[in-house]
Unconditional design. Structure first.
Length: 324
């Protein structure tokens, strides 16, 4: 496959995935509401629901491109919690009336669990089951906290769709759900297949490409979710997106992706990308404990993302012998 065709397929695939991801959310929420699931439960379950990352990661796993599969988890998380949250704080320093410390432990444990399961260099289907069970337990934990008045809200398409809930017909929503799933799978296949050619043509490793370029492109909308909310004086929505993204990516998405096919975790992921993501998560939670994210804190988060991208790229090209 030549480069022109690959780039065309990549752009078309990216467009399909991003466009139908929003439609999929409406289909999922509409179908759930139509068949009697409460809006409150949907809010907790889908707090960080991000179908484009899940689909691209699952297809990457199925096609045996581990870098893309893991990039949809780790790289996408860094876009949400370092780049988007950091840029948001640079523009609009955030203050919070209430930051439940019981909630802050959830994202830290989620990232740590994936790291522990990766020690042997592979995420197996058993690991996937463990991650999904952990996601279910996390949902129950958040439900318990909600009963005590300690909760976080869903963001993005889920929040918007719940606000439009009355206009949703369950069978139309179900049809939209099926069509969106098919479109996203097709788009993800186009993305992953074309990415193989792009990776080979430009000399990237699949890990660097998946963690940086592809993760950024499919996750940049995180900035569109977090910044407007903070500008409108709703920083808790921005933080909800951070916690929800980590919970969804590291437990739910990672569980599904590894059930599709076991994923190899190479040394660069385990020694650099995953530890830096964990450190960033801890730093974000530490800032949240102070109930404010000043501009200088936002600058630190953006710097961490720059380090994530540049250092990862340098390590990647060194590992394939360009500098040897």
């Amino acid at each position: 496959m030549n480069l022109t065709i690959s780039m065309t397929l990549f752009i078309l695939g990216l467009g399909l995935v991003i466009y139908f991801a929003e439609k999929l959310v409406k289909g999922v929420v509409g179908t759930s509401l139509g068949f009697g699931i409460s809006a409150f439960l949907i809010s907790v379950i889908f707090i960080g629901f991000d179908p484009e990352n899940l689909a691209v990661g699952a297809v990457g796993s199925f096609e045996g491109v581990a870098g893309i599969a893991l990039g949809s988890i780790i790289g996408a998380t860094m876009v949400a919690i370092a780049f988007a949250f950091g840029i948001t704080a640079l523009f609009v320093p955030m203050k919070f009336k209430q930051v439940p410390k019981q909630i802050l432990i959830v994202p830290i444990l989620a990232v740590a669990l994936l790291g522990i399961l990766s020690i042997d260099g592979q995420l197996t289907r058993i690991d996937g089951i463990i991650l999904l069970i952990s996601f279910i337990l996390s949902v129950f934990y958040l439900l318990l906290l909600s009963k005590k008045g300690l909760d976080i809200k869903p963001t993005g398409e889920v929040a918007e769709t719940l606000e439009e809930a009355e206009s949703l017909n369950k069978w139309k929503a179900f049809g939209l759900l099926i069509i969106s799933i098919i479109a996203i799978i097709v788009g993800s296949e186009m993305l992953v297949i074309s990415s193989k050619t792009i990776i080979a043509r430009f000399g990237f490793s699949d890990t660097v490409f998946g963690m940086t370029i592809l993760a950024f492109l499919i996750s940049i909308e995180e900035l569109a979710r977090e910044l407007p909310a903070a500008i409108k004086g709703r920083p808790e929505i921005s933080f909800g997106n951070v916690v929800g993204s980590i919970l969804a990516f590291f437990l739910f998405n990672a569980g599904i992706i590894t059930l599709v096919k076991p994923v190899t975790v190479d040394a660069q992921v385990f020694r650099f990308y995953l530890p830096l993501c964990f450190i960033t998560t801890v730093i974000v939670c530490f800032f949240m404990m102070t109930k404010k994210i000043p501009r200088w804190a936002g600058g630190i988060l953006v710097l961490l993302y720059i380090i994530f991208v540049i250092s990862g790229y340098i390590q990647g090209i060194t590992s394939i012998g360009i500098w040897n």
